[in-house]
Design a protein around this ligand. Structure first.
Ligand code: FMN
Length: 307
């Protein structure tokens, strides 16, 4: 249960989107159906980002697609999803219950625009452009490491919808600041950082990569310091809001992202390791920390590590 005071202290906003709590469900975890998204909204998350949705139904990569490693997980799901038309049924259930951010992936500006228009029709509060998935040929990170491509996609989506347009960036680059600037210069409303880190795991017994796709994306505690550094770097070049994601599993992790410059955060892997209670636990412990250290609001903490 939340006290009114707690909700007040934890209120934040990502541009025009007001969040009663600063933590959101990251794309790809407990967000593929309407009922699972509603359940997450009721578990203390301020918003849910949907699984990334494309134009056509996609079965994703064949198994194995997921494995545990020290400090996290490596997945190469291959963006499995039912396609934008069918996903409307899930959005119909979820969007009535709270802030749903529609994550989308496409191969070009026209596809992204079409998907964004649908998400807006379905009641999404914002769209999140997946320009960062490390394991889908022709999509995600393959487009999102070039500032010009980012710019053309963000501009096209911005001129197609009136809801805010967020862009999720990859850490698999030496130029994340240029990518974030490209988002801002194209009129993007927020930057989300980071998606998973391209990685691989080999079975010594089989002498082969474990995942069918060979490469996957690393998530969980192992990527947290990479994500915090990415958010810190991005904060030095853009003024638009930043949403931090990568390896958050407790209030200290969340506070690091906020102090690096994020006004809100997302949680993925820790929903698997800690259960859906992770949001309520972080909310109450973050609030306790804020009271003890004299922070009256999330906004008071944003970017303090730069001062
Ligand atoms: C199983 C799984 C599926 C994911 N699917 C997506 C996806 O569809 N779109 C996306 O943008 N990110 C996806 N991600 C990345 C997460 O949203 C997040 O950026 C990343 O896992 C780092 O956060 P974490 O350490 O809290 O998991 C996925 C991650 C996992 C573990």
């Amino acid at each position: 249960m939340f006290t009114l005071y707690q909700i007040y202290m934890l209120v934040t906003s990502v541009g025009k989107i007001r969040l009663e709590r600063p933590g959101m469900v990251a794309s790809g975890i407990m967000d593929e159906t309407g009922p699972s998204m509603v359940r997450m909204l009721r578990s203390g998350a301020g918003a849910v980002v949907t699984k990334s949705i494309g134009i056509e139904p996609n079965p994703g990569h064949p198994n194995p697609t997921f494995t545990e490693v020290k400090g996290g997980y490596i997945n190469a799901m291959g963006l499995p999803n039912p396609g934008i038309e069918l996903f409307g049924k899930e959005m119909e259930v979820a969007a009535k219950s709270g802030n749903i951010i529609g994550s989308i992936y496409g191969a070009n500006p026209a596809e992204f625009s079409k998907l964004a228009v649908k998400m807006e029709e379905y009641g999404a509060a914002a769209v999140e452009l997946n320009l960062s998935c490390p394991h889908a040929t022709g999509y995600g990170m393959e487009l999102g490491t070039d500032p010009e491509t980012i710019s053309s996609i963000v501009s096209a989506v911005k001129s197609s919808v009136s809801i805010p347009v967020w862009t999720k960036l990859t850490p698999n680059t030496h130029m994340i600041k240029d990518l974030a600037l490209a988002v801002q210069n194209a009129g993007g409303d927020a930057v989300v950082a980071i998606n998973t880190v391209k990685s691989m795991v080999i079975s010594p017994q089989f002498g082969k990569p474990i995942l069918s796709n060979k490469f996957g994306g690393l998530s969980g505690p192992a990527v947290r310091s990479i994500g915090v550094r990415a958010v810190f770097d991005i904060r030095t070049v853009v003024d638009i809001p930043i949403v931090g994601v990568g390896g958050i599993s407790d209030w200290k992790d969340a506070a690091q992202y906020i102090m690096a410059g994020a006004c809100a955060f997302q949680i993925g892997s820790a929903i698997g390791t800690k259960g859906i209670e992770v949001f309520e636990t972080i909310n109450s412990e973050l609030e306790r920390f804020m009271k003890e250290y004299g922070y009256g609001s999330i906004q008071d903490m944003v970017g303090v590590a730069h001062e």
